[in-house]
Design a protein around this ligand. Structure first.
Ligand code: HEC
Length: 122
């Protein structure tokens, strides 16, 4: 009985505190921050806000004026799965040729994994 209670308390504790962005290497996002915010109240930036980007439709920030390429991807029903985010970050122009995101490809898989950790749990 006692152990059952402890197990339940432990499970409840885990459920109420899922791994947060604090567990990610937030430093990975430093180079993105000039253009992107992970909140909706950061004001205008050169790029769209990335709140809840994992699972969001492509070109999903209603207040951002996207390139024709990303708008077409949205019309096509594309969503930001983890795989698509990973592919995009490894080479934005290869996935969506002509995208206005001018930041360089991230070839380092560990760096992309760190970024996905931050993007998945803002
Ligand atoms: C120099 C500015 C700049 C930097 C730096 C930059 N981005 Fe972007 N990003 C943009 C712009 C502009 C767009 C919109 C592209 C378009 O409309 O084609 C964009 C789009 C995106 C999108 C798609 C958003 C959506 O709503 O569909 C993601 C995801 C993204 N960036 C992630 C990142 C990450 C992660 C980094 C850091 C490694 C980064 N970006 C660095 C400017 C930037």
């Amino acid at each position: 009985m006692r152990y059952g209670f402890l197990a339940a308390a432990w499970l409840a504790a885990c459920a109420s505190s899922p791994a947060g962005a604090a567990d990610c290497n937030r430093q990975a996002f430093a180079s993105c921050q000039a253009c992107h915010a992970l909140t909706t109240d950061a004001g205008q930036k050169p790029g769209p806000q990335l709140v809840g980007i994992a699972g969001r439709p492509v070109a999903g920030d209603p207040s951002f004026d996207y390139s024709p390429q990303l708008q077409a991807a949205r019309a096509n029903g594309d969503r930001w799965t983890r795989e698509r985010l990973d592919t995009f970050l490894s080479d934005p122009q290869a996935l969506y040729p002509g995208t206005w995101m001018g930041s360089p490809p991230i070839r380092d898989a560990k760096q992309r994994a760190d970024l996905l950790c931050v993007l998945d749990r803002p």
